[in-house]
Design a protein. Structure first.
Length: 68
């Protein structure tokens, strides 16, 4: 599992910090193994939902098979 985290300007986050917070609130299988930080907003549809398909394209580029 991977997570895309939007960082507010001036805040310092680390992969370990994100994993610690999520491990307290989420199950073991829901804690991401890969965390990607971004200062730009996530791509959204007209209805305001995050377009996960566009986020997945970066990770699956060059792959022979795309899931969902």
């Amino acid at each position: 599992m991977a997570a895309c985290v939007v960082v507010k300007p001036g805040l310092g986050l680390s992969v370990g910090g994100v994993a610690r917070v999520l491990s307290r609130t989420a199950g073991e299988l829901q804690v991401p193994r890969h965390v990607e930080f971004s200062e730009a907003d996530l791509p959204t549809s007209g209805a305001g939902k995050v377009l996960k398909r566009l986020l997945r394209e970066r990770f699956w580029a060059g792959g022979t098979r795309a899931v969902s």
